[in-house]
Design a protein around this ligand. Structure first.
Ligand code: PA5
Length: 365
């Protein structure tokens, strides 16, 4: 089993740097997806009693590790549904969101200030809400007020709860849009399960290349394009939180209209990763070809990471998996524990005393 040899496939020292088992969370991705889709499909059906045909659209609001599943769902279904899917990574809601929208607030801890502000604003404005959380204030208030709640399993780092959060969101969005995205996700998980070791080895191999680049002072820069934006953005955030390195995300084709000029300047110490898939249009291939030539001519290392699987969900899930493996493996090769995010925790403690959650008083009544 992969679980037994995963650490040794990275290095002989890897296991000792991962006391909380972040790598195991990643390896369990397909299993966790399958376990959660079964559960949340039923829960969502019994909890959500709206007339979905009357909804104008859906807003998914969350931060960090709790946000990324919204972007994944956007990649998966936004071009296939007539219901607008609005992604909100802010502490407030746009004005046009009214009672005809469904607001899905996602916070693993249930205590993230920005998401709680949106949650309480939604309650105040009478917008129907579904809360996705493992506990905290969001669960407490939802239970008190009868807000539908999809509860996440406890004791997981928020970003490692990606399979569970994605399954919960997919269940909600399948109901709202009438698209059976849950079945796509289940199929994607089964496909990933069947080629887990190969995908793992690809992620680990990329980590070794990035390890050399980072040691030379190069900063990872991950490029994505629709419909593969979410794994690219996920990769950047996982490199930040797991590997504890700066990493940046760029979106194509937009980056070709501005960022591309940076390659002619002095601050070009990057190592580039393109995340790609079979739906890559010819117009995008032409742009990436140009970039590859440009990077080669400047001596900038670049790598291509491809999605695998029969459909878009499979490609997306396999890309997220390979990126997750690469970020954790890079941490372990650097001798860094991927789990703690001490600066984020310190910021949250600072905000608790500096800003607090007094804005929740009304919601708590
Ligand atoms: O992965 C992490 O730990 C962070 O990105 C968190 O997800 C982020 O700080 C938001 O917290 P929460 O997911 O609990 O709402």
């Amino acid at each position: 089993m992969l679980e037994d040899k995963a650490y040794t496939l990275i290095s002989s020292e890897a296991r000792k740097h991962d006391p909380s088992g972040m790598l195991l969370h990643v390896i369990h991705t397909p299993h966790s997806v399958l376990e959660s889709t079964r559960r949340y499909r039923e829960e969502a059906e019994s909890l959500l009693r709206f007339d979905f045909s009357r909804l104008s659209g859906v807003v998914v609001s969350g931060m960090g590790g709790s946000f990324i599943s919204g972007l994944f769902l956007y990649d998966l279904i936004a071009d296939k549904t007539d219901k607008p899917l609005v992604l909100n990574r802010d502490a407030k809601l746009p004005k046009f969101i009214d009672k005809n929208y469904l607001l899905v607030t996602v916070s693993y801890s249930g205590n993230t200030e920005e998401t709680l502000r949106v949650y309480s604003e939604g309650l105040k404005r009478g917008i129907p809400i579904v809360a996705v959380t493992s506990g905290g204030k969001m669960a407490e208030i939802s239970e008190k007020k009868g807000v539908p709640l999809l509860r996440l399993p406890p004791g997981i780092p928020p970003r490692a709860a990606f399979p569970h959060i994605t399954s919960a969101l997919t269940s909600v969005l399948s109901l709202v849009t009438g698209i059976d995205a849950v079945s796509w996700l289940e199929e994607a998980a089964r496909e990933l399960q069947s080629r887990l070791e190969g995908a793992f080895s690809e992620g680990a191999a990329l980590a070794r290349l990035l390890h050399e680049d980072v040691a030379k002072g190069l900063v990872p820069l991950v490029y994505g394009y629709s419909p593969y934006t979410s794994p690219a953005y996920r990769f950047k955030t996982q490199l930040n939180e797991n590997s504890k390195v700066h990493a940046f995300f760029g979106e194509l084709p937009e980056g070709n209209h501005n960022e591309i000029m940076g390659w002619s300047g002095p601050l070009a110490n990057f190592s580039v990763i393109f995340l790609r898939g079979r739906e890559e249009p010819e117009y995008m291939r032409a742009r990436i070809e140009f970039l590859e030539e440009l990077l080669s001519s400047k001596g900038v290392p670049y790598y291509n990471l491809y999605g695998e699987g029969g459909g878009r969900a499979g490609e997306l899930l396999s890309l997220v998996f390979k990126a997750d493996v690469a970020s954790v493996a890079l941490a372990l090769l650097r001798g860094v524990d991927p789990t703690p995010v001490d600066i984020i925790s310190r910021l949250k403690t600072h905000l608790e005393s500096r800003v607090g959650l007094t804005f929740l008083r009304e919601a708590e009544r």
